[in-house]
Ligand binder design. Structure first.
Ligand code: TRH
Length: 372
């Protein structure tokens, strides 16, 4: 039976999120954010994941209202919730599906089963968002299932954004955050780096060194693959690649998700990757370059082009989109100039457009209320 929400806004429902970690941090990163944001709006959430290791550093503080469970196969006593989210095709086990079917309609309300999909600006996201996914008999017979596509436009599922984000940003002190991480801010260019292994990374470091003749550069390198990629790039460069040591490379430890935001708010330009950090970079409002998750069939290039068309719409500085394509290996040639001051208006406009839309959890709660 659904209880009244303590704050009176939304009925309190029970939610289970199932997350299979393919690789990297995005799957669990998004699922954690979703779980926490639902709980912060009075929902009761269990997060089932096959690999919880990244949560230890991403969210060591946990979140009231979120119960984390190891593995995708719940205990035999599993009691199906009101809403199940199958994140990024994790796949529900037979036992979960059977429990959903048993629970379905038991209190006069249907169980909702949502397939949460990956974020894309491509037209298929809006075209498929909210469509019912047919269940033809079997263990799940009678259970209603839908596709939920995050996205950048009002006709999609939107983007994750916690309600207190603007207040947190307004309170943030860049200098003291950088100082606490060993960087004295004295007007140097601050660049954050979260990427896979861009083939152009050696050229990029050389171009930073060339630009550093005017203004020194601190590169804050995130832990994991980005740090490994920088080490590999350095091994390809001559020892004198960084004249006067005007580029400083600082290797960061793994940051909590709130601290990862602080990193993005501290930089003059951010290099982000995957999907969740892309969204965080948009909210940061600081110019960024995106390293898209590479797919074998090059499908990511169409996804990148759609993102640039939809999110950085309208006329932008000519070097901006070129930089995105260059960083992702889609165009050859020497490193373009980083010109974040000229790029800033495009990011400010994108942020304002996106902030004017409801966030993903608001749309999800509405969708479930309308469809159960
Ligand atoms: O880690 P990612 O490359 O994840 C990717 C994408 O989600 C991709 O779509 C998916 O198919 C693939 O994994 C399997 O990038 P993403 O999505 O930006 O997720 C990173 C998360 O890690 C994000 O929640 C921010 C968080 N993070 C921290 O909290 N602290 C840190 O120090 C760092 C580096 C990241």
């Amino acid at each position: 039976m659904a209880n009244a929400h303590p704050h009176g806004a939304q009925p309190q429902l029970r939610w289970d999120i199932f997350c299979r970690v393919v690789d990297n941090y995005g799957d669990i990163g998004v699922c954690w954010r979703l779980a926490a944001q639902l709980a912060q709006r009075g929902q009761s959430v269990r997060l089932f994941a096959d690999d919880l290791s990244a949560l230890r550093w991403m969210a060591p503080q946990g979140c009231p209202g979120v119960l984390v469970e190891a593995g995708l196969e719940p205990a035999a006593s599993y009691d199906a919730p009101d809403v199940v989210i199958d994140a990024f095709g994790a796949g529900l086990t037979l036992a979960v599906v059977q429990a959903l079917a048993r629970r379905n309609g038991a209190d006069g309300r249907a169980v909702a089963w949502l397939n949460l999909e990956y974020l894309s600006a491509q037209p298929y996201a809006a075209a498929s968002h909210g469509l019912a996914s047919p269940v033809h008999g079997g263990a799940a017979a009678g259970v209603r299932k839908w596709f939920f596509f995050p996205g950048f436009t009002p006709d999609t599922g939107g983007l994750l954004r916690e309600p207190d984000l603007a207040q947190r940003q307004a309170r943030f002190d860049r200098r003291s955050w950088l100082r606490d991480r060993g960087t004295v801010y004295a007007g140097q260019r601050v660049v954050s780096l979260f990427c896979y292994e861009p083939a152009v990374l050696p050229d990029w470091l050389l171009s930073l060194a060339a630009q550093a003749a005017q203004r020194p550069v601190d590169v804050l390198v995130t832990h994991g693959r980005a740090a490994g990629a920088v080490q590999a790039a350095l091994a390809q460069l001559p020892t004198d690649w960084n004249p006067g040591a005007r580029v400083t490379l600082r290797y960061l430890p793994a940051l909590t998700q709130p601290d990862f935001d602080h990193l993005l708010w501290s930089a003059d330009v951010n290099f982000v990757r995957g999907e969740d950090s892309l969204v965080r970079a948009l909210w940061a409002g600081v110019p960024f370059i995106w390293h898209i998750y590479p797919q074998e069939d090059q499908a990511h290039q169409a996804k990148l082009a759609a993102f640039l068309d939809v999110v950085l719409e309208g006329p932008t500085h000519p070097g901006l989109k070129q930089y995105f394509y260059w960083w992702n290996g889609a165009v050859p040639g020497p490193a373009p100039q980083l010109q974040e001051d000229r790029w800033q208006p495009a990011f400010a406009a994108a942020r304002a457009r996106l902030l004017a839309q409801d966030d993903l959890v608001t749309r999800l709660l509405r969708f479930v209320a309308e469809n159960r």
